[in-house]
Design a protein around this ligand. Structure first.
Ligand code: ATP
Ligand code: MG
Length: 719
């Protein structure tokens, strides 16, 4: 790989053709966009809200600088944070080139991610800076992190290793060493998977393991950036050669820059100032990876003679959508709120955004799928429609509803629900256990929950990004089981497995032109004609672990910005919705997102009085207060979970002891014998004979035959 010197074409004289190409580059821009595009070479900062044409402006500026002869195309480096953004930038530059007609050459501009640029440069400079010892790119940290954890005698599950790798990435992106890790975590109030000192030990061990015995070095993606900056900072010859090669730098979505990326950018620039940045501090939604809007907000302090342009006209969305975006972000607090911009919608008026409340998530998804089918029928292309949610596990119910409505879709930035690793593992576990599980109907959900426990379905929400994602998906599966049981009270484990398999198979294979399902994070920078923001319940957006940091915390503010990003993706149709309960028939204890207070009209029900989705059998009643029982645990106990329990604690302890011995003898997990709830029901109702015993949910003919005598003897023996 070589870094060929750029061809300098010299300053072309302005031919009439060139002049007309310049005009065509600015002809369809507004005054402020034009000001940014035509600003003299030197630092330029475009600080603007969503949909105001930042990305459009930055690509035009590159084309303009090239067409005006200020810089040769090969001397421009446009850096982005994702390869998707780099691809989009290249496509826009190529199309400007074709439109220009006179070969301005913007197609030759380098547009790539920080990592790709650094990798290329390092390959070229390495032999000169380091010498003969080679390096190898470490594509995935996983193996080395696992080894480091092992050496530090830390028992780490696969998810723990992933979360450890995430912490190492955050620390490196934030220029924090293993020694500084614990203090930095405390200062940032960071939510971490293990004890900070342990993580720091693994981090240090990981760094040490990358230096191999044979003298070669393993470099991870962050090292590529560190070494690139180091090579330029420490070697004047390298710096000169590099700086001769690239003369003009451009960064889109600059609010996403990490301290490490900024250091590379500074190394590239040296004491020059040909840097154009555009960004929107209100769209800072990646703080947890180390991204910080400070460099954007401090740009004119660092470059006092920078051209600072603010764009306010929103070309993407209707005034109705823009007005909602303005209202939501006007309530933001903290430093970023200081950069608040008031957007002015430029498009023709459109429909008002809708707000709808639903009894449960299934009803919400069904209503959304129906609205989407109507839009498609009325002529909107499915590719111009998106459903956006807070966490990936929310996709399941929408995949199901769209499948049922016959609408093709693609899940962006993640696989479909049934392709997720933990869900595939869960189905395998269910298949292995199905023949041993006697539970039927309402007895089934607690058994399934116990079965999923070793896969990560803990009672408490775990810490750590990956562990939490797995947990959320398993919770969604457990809820799906409850929902199935609610409509098919006779369901057993084998029938459940068949049902889940059938659902997985019925899912359409992903279709590129289908409706997009994506998390709010994955929707950044994109736009659709119709956007459905779903699951807007407090606790989901803002998400509960942000709320646990305090209602005024920076984490909650970042959640507010996520909603702002979501709203501003819509061109014309925008629908916001939430559900009062997760599963049909569940407790309707949820509230709409706090960010909608004073913004949404009084919660309105979209589908009239609350009707359960499908007719269910008569609900069993509490044996103490006679109220209908909703949750599966309550059905198992035959009383409300809140009603007083007349439990014989001594008996329960003996029953558990007996269960442990029995399960050991049978070499099966304890829940296969009886679940906790069944034992509690026995210790409460004290069955005196077989008839009383089989009346307890969770005890069928087979259990009676296997364990009836033992259990009745234990009950009888109680004092
Ligand atoms: P985001 O903050 O979401 O990244 P952005 O500021 O980068 O948004 P763009 O994606 O560049 O905005 O533009 C939003 C939409 O408005 C695009 O469809 C773009 O083509 C259109 N647009 C931008 N400027 C103008 C203009 N002057 N006239 C007409 N349409 C425009
Ligand atoms: Mg943009």
């Amino acid at each position: 790989m070589s870094l060929p010197p750029a061809k300098m074409d010299g300053m072309p004289s302005r031919s009439p053709a060139a002049a007309s190409s310049l005009d065509s580059l600015i002809g369809d821009l507004d005054d402020e966009q034009r000001e940014a595009v035509q600003a003299p070479r030197g630092p330029v900062c475009v600080l603007a809200g969503a949909g105001t044409g930042k990305t459009r402006t930055i690509t035009r500026r590159i084309a303009y600088l090239v067409a005006a002869g200020h810089v040769a195309p090969g001397q421009v480096l446009a850096v982005t944070f994702t390869s998707r953004a780099a691809g989009e930038m290249r496509a826009r530059l190529r199309s400007l080139d074709e439109q220009g007609g006179n070969g301005a050459g913007t197609g030759a501009v380098q547009a790539m991610t920080f990592h790709a640029a650094a990798r290329r440069q390092l390959q070229y400079f390495w032999p000169r800076v380091v010498g003969d010892t080679g390096w190898e790119l470490l594509d995935s940290k996983f193996g080395v992190v696992a080894q480091a954890a092992n050496r530090a005698r830390i028992q780490a599950s696969t998810d723990d290793v992933r979360d450890l790798a995430g912490e190492i990435e955050w620390a490196k992106a934030s220029l924090i060493s293993p020694e500084g890790y614990a203090a930095a975590v405390a200062e940032a109030g960071r939510d971490i998977p293990l004890d900070a000192a342990k993580i720091a030990t693994v981090y240090a061990g990981y760094e040490a393991l990358k230096a191999r015995r044979d003298g070669t070095t393993l470099l991870d993606f962050d090292d590529l950036l560190l070494h690139t900056a180091g090579a330029i900072e420490n070697d004047a010859a390298v710096a000169n050669e590099f700086r001769d090669r690239y003369r003009c730098f451009v960064v889109d979505e600059y609010q996403d820059v990490t301290p490490l990326q900024q250091r590379v950018l500074d190394a590239w620039l040296g004491d020059r100032d040909d840097l154009t940045v555009v960004g929107d501090a209100n769209q800072t939604i990646y703080s947890f990876t180390g991204a910080t809007p400070n460099h954007l907000l401090n740009f004119s302090r660092r470059f006092p003679d920078a051209s600072l342009v603010r764009l306010e006209r929103d070309y993407r969305s209707t005034p109705q959508v823009v007005s909602l975006a303005n209202r939501v972000i006007s309530m933001a607090r903290g430093r970023m709120a200081g950069s608040k911009l008031h957007l002015v919608g430029q498009r023709d008026a459109g429909p008002a955004p809708t707000f709808s409340e639903h009894p449960d998530e299934v009803a919400e998804a069904t209503a959304v799928a129906k609205a989407i089918a109507n839009l498609i029928q009325a002529g909107t292309s499915p590719a111009e429609i998106a459903i956006l949610y807070r966490i990936n596990a929310q996709s399941e119910v929408y995949e199901e509803a769209l499948t049922a409505a016959g609408v093709a879709f693609q899940v962006r930035g993640g696989e479909g629900f049934f392709s997720r690793q933990e869900i595939r593992q869960a189905l395998v576990a269910l298949q292995r256990a199905a023949d041993r599980i006697d539970a039927v109907g309402p007895e089934l959900p607690p058994v399934i929950r116990e079965l999923l426990e070793p896969l990560g379905l803990t009672a408490e929400e775990p810490q750590g990004v990956r562990a939490r994602e797995r947990w959320e998906a398993l919770v969604a599966l457990a809820e799906l089981v409850e929902e199935e049981v609610a409509v098919r009270p006779g369901l057993d484990a084998r029938a459940l497995l068949a049902e889940l398999r059938q659902r997985a198979d019925a899912r359409h294979p992903p279709v590129v032109q289908g409706v997009t399902l994506a998390s709010l994070h994955a929707a950044k920078g994109l736009e659709w004609d119709a956007v459905f923001l779903v699951g807007l319940a407090d606790g989901t957006l803002p998400i509960s672990h942000a709320l646990s940091r305090g209602a005024d915390s920076e984490q909650v503010e970042e959640e507010r910005r996520l909603l702002y990003v979501g709203i501003t993706r819509a061109r014309v149709h925008l629908a916001l919705s939430w559900a009062l309960a997760r599963t049909p028939g569940g407790r309707q204890g949820r509230k709409p997102s706090r960010f909608l207070n004073g913004v949404a009209p009084q919660a309105s029900s979209s589908d009239g009085p609350h009707k359960p989705r499908r007719q269910r059998g008569a609900a069993p009643r509490c044996r103490i207060c006679n109220e209908p029982l909703n949750s599966s645990a309550a059905i198992m106990l035959r009383r409300c979970e809140t009603c007083p329990s007349d439990l014989d604690e001594g008996l329960l302890a003996r029953l558990k002891e007996w269960r442990l011995e029995t399960s050991k003898e049978m070499k099966v997990p304890a829940y296969v014998v009886f679940t906790d709830n069944t034992l509690i029901a026995i210790a409460e109702t004290l069955p005196g004979d077989e008839a009383a015993l089989v009346a307890i949910p969770g005890i069928g003919a087979r259990k009676l035959e296997q364990f009836g005598a033992d259990v009745l003897a234990l009950v009888k023996a109680r004092q």
